[in-house]
Design a protein around this ligand. Sequence first.
Ligand code: GLY
Ligand code: GLY
Length: 313
Amino acid sequence: MEPILLIHGGAGNIPDARVPGKISGCKRSLRMGYDVLKNGGTALDAVEAAVRYMEDDENFNAGYGSVLNLDGEVEMDASIMVGSTLSAGAVTVVRDIKNPISLARLVMEKTPHVLLAGAGANKFASENGVPTVAPGSLVTQAAREALENFKKKGGKLTEIGHKNPGDVGTVGAVALDKNGNLAAATSTGGINGKMVGRSSDTCIIGSGTYADDEVAAISTTGHGETIAKFCLASSIIREIMHGQTAQEATKDVLEKMTARLKNTAGAITLDKEGKVGVFFTSEKMAWAYRKTNEIHYGIYPDQHETEEAQDDE
Ligand code: GLY
Ligand code: GLY
């Protein structure tokens, strides 16, 4: 099987000034993850590596660079899933964890549970040697300014017609490895100006993340409450099972979700044969994929650039 890695760097009302950083960050993340696949590694290791890169890069709303809750703190969600066994792990409302996606993986591999929250997840992290950072050190200047602007404009989130320029996008990855195994991973700081303790779709298996070797792997981004209400990832899975292609299902479900719930999102889908689906109803969504030596990427609607990978750089 020809391996493929497909990633997103978040959907939303992304300011134009942040576009170049998103695209270059996506390309670096793609390289980190694709190197794993090229060297014969698993889809699980590849999606974790790609997401870890984006968690460390402040251009993305995950890990360092996460948006802030109303009290000015970073609280993060992440989930990961393996398509061969349907094993899944997730964390929600975790603080001071450098790479929440790796903590989600440990929940999957070392506990009898799928989702650990808040203080319990942080306790599990320290018991298992997962790196934590000093309180406040994941907060960036850009995140502080975004929260200040949000508060200046009234500081209220809307349930319908959500448009918050501080939301700079969840990150995610889906991969198919040489053995035909799929995996998916998603990580976020959530929504700028969210309530303290708010959980997002990103930690909900079937909304933010899903992987099934018999169908497809999916990671979503956008307005979390809307994605959760529509069970976005599992709705895309269902349409593929009913005969739609990865692209048709991704587009169709997102358009129906936005028509019904009046908020936007995006998703990346990789089916069991390696066919790609990329679609968003948001203003922008950064995405990129690599198959063989070809890199594909875009961020604006209908943008699709192609270039050859330069592995020796
Ligand atoms: N608003 C968070 C996201 O872009 O998914
Ligand atoms: N989709 C991520 C969030 O709404 O937080």
